[in-house]
Design a protein. Sequence first.
Length: 212
Amino acid sequence: MQPGLFISFEGIDGAGKSTHISALAQAFKAQGRAVTLTREPGGTPLAEKLRSLVLQDAMDPLTEALLMFAARRDHLDCVILPALARGDVVLCDRFTDATFAYQGGGRGFDEEVLSQLERMVQTSPDQAALVQPALTLWFDLAPQEAAKRLAGVRVPDKFESQPLAFFQRVAQGYARRQRKDPERFARIDAAQTQSSVWDAVLAVCVAKGWLA
Ligand code: TYD
């Protein structure tokens, strides 16, 4: 059995990560891997309920951060850790970097408190180290470009309806997370054409030896 592989997908709203998540799932399946495709906040019945609250209802920043981590804890326990134990490739649309970028960068919430919550939620009794993705594909796009792509596409949720300055802070939050853990991050230039972005995603996985 091959060991499980945990990959997360990050970027500001409108950066265009979603199409590449399903394409990467197909690429792994084509090579015989079992894939668990999931998302945050969400991925379990409880976490999906928390998702609809946190994406729609106004709340103070601490409540928002706690709900993100509560959803994450349930998701890790019920979906991510069991899938990794089975040897699946887990492709997760957003994970903790989004909390640092949106609640930390965007909302200005204390990142030291977020680090404490991260340690609390992502340490399991049988694992000494923090549970983190082996790879985080960060779809980096200028907030102005992302706003243009999102305009008129659908009814915006609580985060999508934030002003440009919010997304500039979110983008800076992602950049800070990358600087703290450059080995884990692969920055993808999301301003390229969709097919060039896909080539870049594939190239990262091939370079890691995960795809032929
Ligand atoms: P998103 O992943 O963009 O899904 P969709 O494509 O269906 O809109 O939406 C999730 C939103 O939640 C996004 O705006 C980012 C936000 N978010 C946080 O603020 N903190 C978090 O920890 C996570 C996981 C997401």
